[in-house]
Design a protein around this ligand. Structure first.
Ligand SMILES: C[S@@+](CC[C@H](N)C(=O)[O-])C[C@H]1O[C@@H](n2cnc3c(N)ncnc32)[C@H](O)[C@@H]1O
Ligand code: SF4
Ligand code: SF4
Length: 500
């Protein structure tokens, strides 16, 4: 009887991974044992997990009950349907690669169920949906039902199509637009407190934004967050609406959430923002105040509740609200209750990231021994993460553990998808990512602190954004980055904070 030998998910570089960012190329490699007298075809079904009623748009049919681990089929494709011939050389395993070229559509947890079916009867001979799980982060949108995903097939294991495609792609797919570099908080662990040059506190002007505006129409994602507080810029809702009107699928920002009063909530809901990430980091007032500059915990929770209640009252599916938890020794115990707390205020998703130490003495706050040499019992971390998963299952909140304890140098990934994304500063300067936008400290694995100067490729007030993006210097950077030889990316903390 036909059976699976191995199933593996890889990224555009052929690296094995379990989680993928929006816009990624995902290859599902399948090796099967199929006897010569069997005639089979392979089926791939993409399921999305745990859509709560509040996240489903109105008018799309029956709302699904928010059952824990509920799997909603969104896409099914088969080798038979696509006319892909399957044949294994005698005595060899049958190999097939199913490639999702692009995952820009929906944010959430997805599972690829792989099935071997009998070609004559359609009977399922083998099924695997456990190992092939992946997550698409912050792709925005709220589409339910069947969608069309561009895909491809390959029957030879060494296929490099994805990587070749990635290398040749020079089109800009995502913009990080720094709506504000100012902030009214001084959170102790924040990068803003650790620049090697003076912090600049400026909102992006309408003039600078107008220079970016013509290029919005071509991108999938616009994130209005830099190293500041975007809601301090009164133009944020207008900027967001402009992006939405330009048909940008994901329009998002990260915020401390303390300024979300009724007026701002109304402006945000009207603007078409699809995703809001609220940074909280604690489930108790004490921890929150410690990590978030003594800010008002009750006020923040009330703001979140008002936002999600008002969204429901208007029958809106978006913005999807995500509670951000930067994991450290200080707050580890609070992760499971944090998931429940977020559910109680209507938050859809919790994302957990590693803390990035910004001074050598902060390395002891890091929990994952795979990267920094820290002395901490990893089973305690595993236990808390398992409890948090239980909390997520009970409440229907989507939990994304972006923190990885085994993020070794070998497994490093660029956090920001630098071959498709660029960062535009409040003043129009263009950098590859938020980690190269400012002179921030890097603590290397050895514990050594280095400080790199910011890297800028131009300014949109002087040069058209696409000309900056397509300049020889920037293209060379992207090529080196992709080949893993860009010196500015060496020791990048993003590799540590998020492997996805
Ligand atoms: C710099 S803030 C800017 C947006 C907004 N002010 C906020 O707090 O969400 C963006 C994100 O970076 C995170 N962050 C800041 N410093 C960090 C660090 N040292 N390690 C990991 N994440 C950090 C914050 O928690 C926040 O989620
Ligand atoms: S609110 Fe955000 S930008 Fe401001 S200090 Fe805190 S983490 Fe940094
Ligand atoms: S420094 Fe390099 S690796 Fe790190 S986020 Fe930026 S582009 Fe990616």
């Amino acid at each position: 009887m036909a059976s699976f030998h191995e199933i593996r998910l890889t990224d555009a570089d052929g690296q094995t991974r379990e989680t993928f960012a929006a816009g990624s190329c995902v290859s599902v490699h399948v090796w099967c044992d199929v006897s010569e007298d069997e005639s089979v075809y392979l089926e791939f079904a993409v399921h999305q997990r745990s859509l709560t009623p509040a996240t489903l748009p109105k008018g799309e049919g029956k709302l699904l009950a928010p059952r824990p681990s509920h799997l909603v089929p969104i896409y099914v494709v088969s080798t038979r349907g696509d006319g892909v011939p399957l044949a294994a050389a005698p005595g060899e395993k049958l190999y097939l690669c199913f490639r999702l070229e692009d995952l820009p559509l929906i944010s959430g947890c997805f599972f690829v169920a792989v099935r071997i079916r009998d070609a004559k009867t359609g009977e399922i001979l083998a099924e695997d949906s456990e190992r092939a799980a992946f997550f698409v982060r912050a792709a925005g949108g709220s589409e339910g039902g069947v969608v069309t995903l561009p895909h491809g097939w390959s029957t030879t294991p060494d296929d490099q199509t994805c990587r070749d495609q990635e290398i040749s792609i020079e089109n800009l797919r995502a913009l990080q637009i720094e709506a504000s570099s100012a902030c009214d908080l001084d959170c102790s662990g924040c990068y803003r407190q650790h620049y090697s040059e003076e912090t600049v506190n400026v909102n992006m002007s309408a003039e600078v934004f107008a220079r970016i505006e013509p290029h919005l129409a071509g991108v999938d994602t616009v994130d209005f967050c830099g190293w500041g507080e975007p809601t301090l810029n009164k133009n944020l809702p207008r900027f967001a609406m402009t992006a939405k009107n330009a048909k940008v699928r994901t329009v998002m920002f990260s915020t401390h959430g303390l300024l979300l009063d009724d007026r701002r909530i109304d402006e945000i809901l009207t603007s078409g923002v699809t995703d809001i990430n609220v940074s909280i980091d604690g489930a108790t007032e004490k921890t929150f105040k410690l990590l978030r500059d003594d800010a008002d915990f009750e006020k923040l929770l009330a703001n979140l509740k008002r936002l999600t209640d008002e969204r429901a009252r208007r029958g809106m599916a978006t913005p999807r609200v995500c509670g951000s938890f930067v994991l450290s020794r200080t707050n580890l115990d609070e992760l499971p209750p944090f998931v429940r707390l977020m559910a109680s205020v209507g938050v859809d998703e919790v994302i957990v990231r590693n803390v990035i130490p910004l001074e050598p003495e902060d390395v002891s706050e890091a929990l994952f021994t795979g990267y920094y040499d820290v002395d901490f019992d990893q089973s305690i971390v595993d236990q808390k993460i398992a409890e948090a998963r239980d909390s997520a299952r009970e409440t229907g909140v989507v939990l994304f553990i972006a923190a990885e304890r085994d993020a070794s140098e070998k497994q490093r990934e660029c956090f920001c998808n630098a071959t498709r994304m660029t960062f535009v500063h409040h003043n129009g300067d263009v950098s590859p990512c938020c980690f190269l936008a400012y002179p921030v400290n890097r603590i290397l694995r050895s514990g050594k602190k280095i400080s790199l100067p910011p890297k800028k490729f131009g300014n949109v007030k002087e040069t058209d954004l696409m000309d900056v993006w397509n300049s020889d210097e920037y293209r060379e950077f992207r090529k080196r980055h992709l080949d893993g030889v860009e010196p500015l990316c060496s020791g990048c903390p993003a590799y540590y904070v998020l492997r996805r």
